[in-house]
Design a protein around this ligand. Structure first.
Ligand code: HEM
Length: 398
């Protein structure tokens, strides 16, 4: 077979500017919002870029998130072995059963109870950074420790174990198998021990609640609980960490917006929503396979075909967000962004992530108002090839 002149473009597409989605995906949003793309394996899939179409697709009962189904659009070779038994790759009715158990535990009101502890953590990290040498690496000093500590607080990991626990979560996401595999195993063993300890002597934490209500009654096994707890840690880890570093870079690139925010810190929650929209750190989209024929804005997607819902493009859809490529921390509808996904798999940890980000930005801007990059933007190394977009390190000074 000769290579056809109309071969579908490759996905993921390349960025040209580090804080902007790839120009090619924005062009598709404008010209051909549901189109064919070619994945690394040579497999083709549909790419859906419009805001409304992404929402329709992600709530359609005729799509599956199960990576084992033929046609599932894997966007890199690295994904498959992290997914066994995980909530985010389950379908209804199994998925509904887990969500019913977990959703009440992740409500805003419950997460707000963790805010004082998260504030204390962030204050301690900022104290250490201010006492240390300049420049400092904001990733290591703040962005990476915060989600590990917050997940530790949520799950009920004892304070003295949280730093090591967080470090293992970081290692799990390493590109190197020699680092990732033992870290993943150690984390699994640690959580097994924690579940067993809380089953024997429950406390007021998530692991205890789930162990008593669901493992104790036979609804799930202790092993299931360990698997989902590991997901909560890992899913919230580099997403949140990279939002902190990229969010700060973005604010520093928009001095007018930064000044507004510094002058009125009550704008922080809105700014967090706008940064989530603007950056869409889960930049590889949501991956599904159609289980029946679907029609999206007149385009037929057949049963068995892979579909990628591109949240990064959808979050820049002018039909939904006015002047979508401008950062506007006072944008009225920013919180309708799709950075946390949409539909049955919408991020379980969104309320917790929002608190972590609000506390991190509010504290940084209040306590380190002169913070700035210690390197020109061009010298910062961005994670172009990672599943979650971000930076490797972020040297800052003040
Ligand atoms: C800024 C930070 C975060 C971002 C951008 C983010 C993004 C997402 C997205 C896009 C999904 C949807 C996956 C899909 O549809 O395929 C998701 C699911 C999920 N997230 Fe988050 N997340 C963040 C933080 C967190 C935190 C802190 C936690 C845990 C406490 C968490 C736990 C989860 C879980 C368990 C799922 C799977 C839900 C399901 O499939 O039913 N996330 N997240």
């Amino acid at each position: 077979l000769s290579v056809s002149a109309t071969e579908a473009p490759h996905y993921p597409m390349a960025r040209q500017s580090p804080l902007e989605p790839p120009p090619a995906i924005l062009r598709l949003l404008d010209e051909q919002p549901t189109s064919r793309v070619t994945l690394y394996s040579g497999q083709e899939a549909w790419l859906v870029t419009r805001y409304q179409d992404v929402r329709t697709l992600l709530t359609d009962p005729n799509v599956s998130a199960d990576v084992r189904r033929p046609g599932y659009p894997a966007v890199s070779a690295a994904l498959a072995h992290f997914t066994e038994g995980l909530l985010n790759h389950m379908d209804s009715p199994e998925h509904d059963r887990y969500r019913r158990m977990l959703v009440p535990k992740f409500m805003v009101k419950r997460m707000e109870q963790l805010r004082p502890e998260i504030q204390q953590t962030v204050d301690g990290l900022v104290d250490d950074m201010l006492a240390g040498p300049r420049p400092a690496d904001l990733a290591a000093a703040l962005a990476l420790p915060v989600p590990g500590q917050a997940a530790g607080a949520l799950l009920g990991v004892p304070a003295e174990d949280r730093a090591r626990f967080g470090k293992r979560a970081e290692d799990c996401l390493s590109g190197s198998m020699e680092i990732a595999q033992p870290a993943s195993l150690e984390l699994h063993r640690y959580l097994e021990g924690l579940v067993a300890a809380r089953q024997a002597e429950p406390r007021d934490d998530l692991i205890s609640h789930l162990a008593v209500e669901f493992v104790g009654t036979g609804a799930i096994t202790a092993e299931d609980l360990v698997t989902q707890a590991r997901l909560m840690l890992v899913a919230g880890f580099d997403t949140t960490a990279n939002m902190i570093t990229l969010g700060l870079i973005t604010l520093l690139q928009h001095p007018d917006q930064l000044a507004l925010l510094r002058d009125d810190l009550s704008l922080v929650p809105g700014a967090v929503e706008e940064l989530l929209r603007y950056l869409t750190v889960t930049h590889r989209g949501r991956h599904r396979v159609a289980t029946a024929d679907i029609e999206l804005s007149g385009q037929l997607i057949r049963a068995g075909e892979g579909v990628i819902a591109a949240q990064d493009a959808a979050n820049r859809d002018p039909a939904m967000f006015e002047h979508p490529n401008e950062l506007d921390i006072r944008r009225a509808n920013a919180r309708h962004h799709l950075a946390f996904g949409f539909g049955p798999h919408q991020c379980l940890g969104a309320a917790l992530a929002r608190i972590e980000l609000q506390v991190a930005f509010e504290t940084l801007l209040r306590r380190v108002p002169t913070i700035r990059l210690a390197l020109p933007l061009e010298e910062i190394r961005f994670k172009h090839d990672a599943a979650v977009y971000g930076v490797y390190e972020l040297p800052v000074t003040w």
